[in-house]
Design a protein around this ligand. Structure first.
Ligand code: PS7
Ligand code: MN
Ligand code: MN
Ligand code: MN
Ligand code: MN
Ligand code: MN
Length: 324
């Protein structure tokens, strides 16, 4: 059954949904379709982690400030006076008006607050670890992705179980939930090669050296057209690695029983495999922004209501990837 969108009455929650719509067009749609109680918890979870990521991403914040802040961020989310000037675009407002997020967070049931704070603590700790260290091995790559996305999957699963929309077993489904996050995050890292390496004032590099080191001596050499064969070889190896998470993600989603929770989980996964198919063997990853057009996904996203629909979507995009 469809649930109508209801505009929140109080000011802080209205700010939160407005902010969600400004920072994530894709998540905003699926989050707003969740049942009320879970919807507010997931919206706040999103904004808290988005604020943490704004600190992580702002290369103008000195490392000596950033590392300790990432580690204590889980305490700031209870502090009504906390705010910060950092980030760019809509994130500046998110950080400046952060007290409205705090107000809405403190109105959530304590069981939801606890899940969000625990994941924020573990993610901040992991982000801090990787500020000072590079992603060298594939093991590092999986660990970084666990911190910034696998933990999100684990936390969301706990929220699903707490809300009783999904079974108790979701509270302990860490293995499959982690793969759900890794599938999304590796797709983001692959697609964002150019955006991340061109970051000012300092480049960001999340592609594991253990893989790219077999193709080049410097990761930024992939930008040069004369290195396109090596660049594509490396890209294709990373896409293939990301695809290893897909079977576990499908196994996770097969256990969901609520229709809106299912769509919330499944739509981003379909977008991810679609993005991987688009990136595979595609030199445009190294020269610009690779994004799926609405028309390419609409057919598979609009009617996504069952595992049969999900298998059909995965089959379609896996087939198009194999044909590149
Ligand atoms: C559904 C079991 C609470 C919905 C959804 C903000 C997006 C920002 O965007 O490269 O290129 O700047 O800096 C598992 C989302 C994983 C996380 C990670 C699915 C919170 C989302 C903070 C689990 C999302 C993975 C991207 C860290 O790095 O980003 C189920 C909800 C999910 C946020 C995402 C995001 C990292 C990230 P960008 P970055
Ligand atoms: Mn980011
Ligand atoms: Mn980040
Ligand atoms: Mn990114
Ligand atoms: Mn990005
Ligand atoms: Mn980024």
């Amino acid at each position: 059954a469809k649930r109508a969108k209801v505009l929140p009455k109080d000011k802080s929650l209205a700010f939160c949904y407005d902010m969600l719509n400004r920072v994530s067009r894709s998540f905003a749609v699926v989050i707003q379709r969740l049942p009320t109680e879970l919807r507010d918890a997931v919206c706040l979870f999103y904004l808290v982690l988005r604020a943490l990521d704004t600190v992580e991403d702002d290369m103008a914040v000195p490392v000596a400030t950033k590392v300790p802040l990432l580690r204590v961020f889980h305490e700031k989310i209870y502090d009504r006076s906390w705010k910060m000037s950092c980030g760019y675009g809509p994130y500046v407002d998110l950080m400046q008006q952060y007290s409205l997020v705090t107000d809405a967070f403190l109105r959530l049931k304590p069981m939801y607050q606890k899940v969000i704070a625990d994941i924020t603590r573990r993610m901040g700790e992991g982000m801090a670890e990787f500020i000072e260290k590079e992603v060298i091995s594939v093991k590092d790559y999986d660990l970084y992705c666990h911190y910034v996305a696998g933990l999100v999957g684990i936390g969301l699963s706990q929220l699903f179980a707490s809300s009783q929309l999904e079974s108790e077993e979701f509270a302990d489904m860490e293995f499959l939930a982690n793969h759900m996050g890794l599938f999304l995050q590796k797709t983001n890292i692959i697609r964002d090669y150019l955006e991340d390496i061109n970051e000012e004032p300092a480049p960001r590099m999340f592609w594991p050296k253990e893989v790219w080191g077999r193709y080049t001596r410097k990761l930024d050499s992939f930008k040069a057209p004369e290195n396109s064969a090596a660049a594509l070889g490396c890209l294709n190896e990373l896409v293939t690695d990301a695809l290893c998470h897909a079977p576990h993600s499908l196994a996770y989603m097969a256990k969901l029983r609520d229709q809106d929770v299912f769509r919330f989980c499944a739509i981003p996964q379909v977008m991810a495999i679609g993005t991987l198919a688009l990136c595979y063997n595609n030199h445009r990853v190294f020269t610009g922004v690779v994004k799926m057009r609405r028309g390419e996904t609409a057919k598979y996203v609009q009617q996504l209501g069952s595992m049969a629909d999900l298998y059909e979507a995965f089959d379609h995009f896996a087939g198009s990837l194999a044909a590149q």
